[in-house]
Design a protein around this ligand. Structure first.
Ligand SMILES: [Ca+2]
Ligand SMILES: [Ca+2]
Length: 237
């Protein structure tokens, strides 16, 4: 059991707080989906410096505002709009992003592997998950129940998500890459511009890994109704 030493009092490494045992477990799962040579660089445990770490947030209470955010996320992910998250929603997401960004076969395959990993983690099963249906209420309550795990893993998950959105792998999310992300979820593209401005904190026209991860963490862990990151997945429902 060991923890990574803080880089500074106000920043952290992505592995801070994750025990060796947990990391070994994560590594074992990830090695199945991300064999050597794949492009998801975040699994090399690239450090991300955050102004506010997951541990800096008060414990989640499941406020109405927080539930609205998670319901908004659910509806973005429920791409076929049938009220359930299924494997098909995740596959549709990959097909939509792949077509919007003209991904080649290998890029599309990589993206599918990551999304299937996320789906299988969510459905807590593996190959037998084809028929699993997750309704909205369960999605919200599961998310709240998973809070202790989320605190430990969210920076890694966010960093991996960043890599899936940064399609060209230049280390930044461009306006077009962000639009592809929203298109993939079926979030109206007009909202991408506003969300992009919120995340592009230094207004240089691109979203850094730190900005993306901070926004992602804030979306999941903040219950502050004035946080600008409530719109991370588009306007709240
Ligand atoms: Ca669905
Ligand atoms: Ca990029």
């Amino acid at each position: 059991m060991s923890k990574v030493v803080l880089v500074s009092p106000h920043s952290c490494s992505i592995t801070q707080g994750i025990t060796d045992t947990a990391m070994a477990g994560v590594a074992r799962i990830l090695s199945k989906y991300f064999p050597k040579g794949m492009r998801y660089r975040s699994f090399t445990q690239k450090a991300v410096n955050l102004k506010k770490t997951p541990q800096d947030y008060p414990a989640l209470t499941g406020s109405e505002h927080w539930r609205r955010k998670i319901r908004t996320l659910f509806r973005a992910r429920d791409i076929d709009g049938d009220g359930y998250l299924t494997k098909k929603d995740y596959e549709m997401n990959v097909h939509r992003v792949s077509s919007y960004m003209n991904l080649n076969e290998n890029q599309a395959k990589d993206l599918m592997k990551w999304k299937m990993f996320v789906w299988e983690t969510l459905s807590r099963s593996t190959e037998a998950s084809a028929d699993f249906h997750l309704p909205e209420d369960d999605f919200v309550s599961n998310m709240l129940a998973a809070y202790p795990i989320i605190v430990e893993t969210i920076v890694d998950v966010a960093s991996c998500d960043f890599d899936t959105v940064d399609v060209d792998g230049d280390g930044f999310i461009s306006p077009q890459e962000h639009k592809a992300c929203f298109y993939g979820f079926g979030i109206p593209l007009k909202h991408s511009t506003d969300v992009f401005k919120v995340l592009d904190t230094d207004s240089d026209g691109k979203i850094s890994r730190e900005d993306f991860v901070q926004g992602f963490v804030d979306f999941f862990l903040s219950e502050d109704e004035n946080s600008p990151h409530a719109c991370f997945f588009g306007p709240l429902i």
